[in-house]
Design a protein around this ligand. Structure first.
Ligand code: BGP
Length: 478
């Protein structure tokens, strides 16, 4: 038993997202989202899996939250489906949708679980996409702020922690560069930066409004942060790492924390004719929001390696492993700038994600030194194949080992001076993995369903009991 624990007010949690757990995609007045439409396109998801039923959390949230309470979970991060609140994105409120989330919040609060709301986890109302192109049009900013402020007003008495956008870097990359997420556009670089600019403005306006409505609340964005290492000490590789960081990490985190784009990355994108236009008014807004933001949300799964990439080298559009067959990921990169080969020192998951606990500590230290912001780890976890035994047990020592190593790294970061408020594992129950179907499991609670469906029965995995001890001892059991 280690003597090292997390600080007293630290929150041990788990996270989910509406589309990945709720199902009930057309119930109680919900409108359709971009994802409801996208999954219908053949070949876009693993075995054509969809979230139409997902793990039926919409009808089983009481059972799921009771399981969280029994485990001792201290915070539950979940997202709100915009389409349940405003089915067409704006206009009349759908009270049934609001009531659903109110019930989740109230149930959490009754059990002493701190609710943490994500306002946007990738599911924009399809009506807004059809009306004006969704994130591609600046009109989205005010519609998002309207949606967000409605919820902040409505739940400010009950909810302290709020996340504006989940992984803006991922949904825009997959949506406008690699065509793997909606709207399925390929290599639209200028549009990609424009869309991101709109998302930054939506985030910033929401943060400013939040501080007026809910001054005691805490707000930030959740960034998918993959810290980078240079492959060698060759200056070309070190430079590739620096350029990668400016283009792929600081491009987002600097805007959230400083309210401006990193200059060398901006200059490079300007020279390619794809940099976003920033008006003076927008620059002031971004700066103001950055001064008000309370924490940096971090979704941490893996680190990246950077190596110089020749002009005829790897592109961003290489094959990604969505099948769980190891070794099917291809190297990506930006010709003339960097490429991201595998790390020869690290093991990988079956989906070729590197396993790097120290990288989590690295991420926290980088954020602490660069931004001096508190940190919420809003996701971290292992996607793996699990087996349900004939006794309805799930032995998942690999998940325990992964989480144990990462939590130890988190404790190290905390002791090194990082102010870490919460740690949310991905995920509490098994759920739909956007592109990898139901076979890639992350939960402490097994859900009996696969691509074809199932009973939806819930079974506790070994890791469930293990995390229960971690929480009880505030990390001391490790
Ligand atoms: C993050 C997302 C989550 C979740 C997780 C695991 O990028 O915020 O929604 O899906 O990754 O990813 P995957 O499902 O691809 O394994």
């Amino acid at each position: 038993m280690s003597k090292k624990t997390m600080p007293k007010n630290f929150l041990w949690g788990s996270a989910s997202a509406a589309y990945q757990i709720e199902g009930a995609y057309q119930e109680d007045g919900k409108g359709l989202s971009n994802w409801d439409e996208f999954v219908k396109i053949p070949g876009k998801t693993f075995k054509e899996s969809t979230g139409e039923v997902a793990v039926d959390h919409y009808h089983r949230y009481l059972e799921d939250i009771a399981l969280m309470a029994e485990m001792g979970l201290q915070t539950y991060r979940f997202s709100i489906a915009w389409t349940r609140i405003f089915p067409k994105g704006k206009g009349e409120v759908n009270e049934a949708g609001v009531k659903f989330y109110e019930a989740i919040i109230d149930t959490c609060v009754q059990y002493g679980i701190e609710p943490m709301i994500t306002l946007y986890h990738w599911d924009i109302p399809q009506a807004l996409v059809e009306e004006y192109g969704g994130w591609e049009n600046a009109q989205v900013v005010d519609d998002f702020v309207h949606y967000a402020t409605y919820l902040i007003e409505r739940f400010k008495e009950k909810v302290t922690y709020w996340i504006t956008l989940n992984e803006q870097n991922i949904f825009t990359t997959f949506g406008w560069l690699t065509a793997m997420h909606p709207p399925g556009k390929f290599d639209e670089e200028a549009l990609f930066y424009k869309v991101n600019h709109h998302a930054f403005l939506a985030h910033a306006k929401t943060v400013c409004a939040f501080k007026e409505i809910h001054p005691n609340g805490k707000i930030g964005a959740s960034f998918a942060y993959s810290p980078s290492y240079a492959l060698t000490s060759k200056p070309e590789d070190a430079m590739a790492k620096m350029d990668f960081d400016n283009l792929k990490n600081f491009w987002w985190m600097d805007v959230y924390a400083y309210g401006r784009y990193p200059k060398t990355a901006y200059t490079y994108l300007e020279s390619k004719g794809v940099a976003p236009k920033v008006t003076q008014e927008e620059a002031i807004l971004l700066k103001k929001a950055a001064s008000l933001v309370d924490f940096m949300g971090v979704n941490y799964y893996q680190t990246t390696v950077c190596e110089y990439n020749p002009l005829d080298g790897a592109t961003p559009y290489a094959q990604m492993n969505t099948s769980g067959k190891k070794g099917t990921n291809e190297v990506t990169g930006v010709p003339g700038v960097y490429k991201n080969p595998a790390n020869p020192y690290l093991e990988t998951t079956d989906w070729d994600w590197s396993i790097d606990p120290m990288g989590l500590s690295y991420a926290c230290k980088e954020i602490t030194s660069r931004y001096a912001l508190p940190i919420v780890i809003s996701e971290n976890g292992l996607g793996a194949f699990d087996t349900l035994t004939s006794e309805n047990e799930i032995h998942d020592p690999y998940r325990i080992a992964y989480l144990e190593a990462h939590i130890n790294a988190l404790i190290d970061a905390s002791q090194a001076g990082c102010e870490i408020w919460a740690y949310c594992t991905w995920s509490f129950t098994d759920l739909l993995s956007w592109l990898n179907g139901y076979q890639k499991r992350y939960g402490f609670v097994y859900v009996d369903r696969d691509e074809a469906g199932g009973t939806m029965n819930r079974y506790k995995k070994d890791s469930y009991y293990w995390y229960q001890d971690v929480i009880k001892s505030n990390g001391g059991s490790l």
